[in-house]
Design a protein around this ligand. Structure first.
Ligand SMILES: O=C(C1CCC1)N1C[C@@H]2C[C@H]3C[C@@H](O)[C@@H](O)[C@]2(C1)O3
Length: 130
């Protein structure tokens, strides 16, 4: 239905805005591109589902997100992967873990400030009907 397509178009615009805001923050630059598997040869041994903001932007454009919840799952995945791969046993690992938690909290704060709950409800209803 055209109304559904209009709602999903608005969702894509909202999600691009969230990613743009996160990508502007230099603290989160480590999350903007996939981990370089040549630089980190054991990454896939530990992290089963890599995720990063550029991949999320592509997923938006491929219409792979129908709800904000699905988008937040990938934000959570970015954070979880960083915690799983980077142990707290040294300062570098602790710094990455701190950034990962700040990344997730900032994403949630941006969404809470800008998302209308009725809008997400409409998206959930579209997702269930599909
Ligand atoms: O987990 C990550 C990224 C940070 C959040 C995602 N990496 C794994 C490697 C361990 C550490 C050392 C760097 O040389 C760099 O290779 C990585 C990238 O950071």
């Amino acid at each position: 239905k055209h109304q559904e397509e209009s709602t999903l178009r608005e969702l894509r615009i909202f999600l691009r805005d969230v990613l743009t805001k996160l990508g502007r923050d230099r603290k989160f630059s480590m999350f903007t591109k996939p981990v370089d598997l040549e630089e980190v040869p054991d990454y896939l041994v530990i992290v089963k589902k890599p995720m990063d903001m550029s991949t999320m932007m592509t997923k938006i454009d491929l219409h792979e997100y129908v709800t904000v919840e699905a988008f937040m799952s990938d934000i959570d995945l970015i954070c979880r992967n960083a915690l799983e791969y980077n142990p707290a046993k040294d300062p570098a690992g602790r710094a990455i873990r701190h950034r990962a938690c700040a990344f997730k909290d900032t994403a949630y704060a941006i969404i809470k400030a800008e998302l209308n709950s009725d809008f997400e409800k409409q998206c959930q209803e579209i997702a269930q009907a599909r």
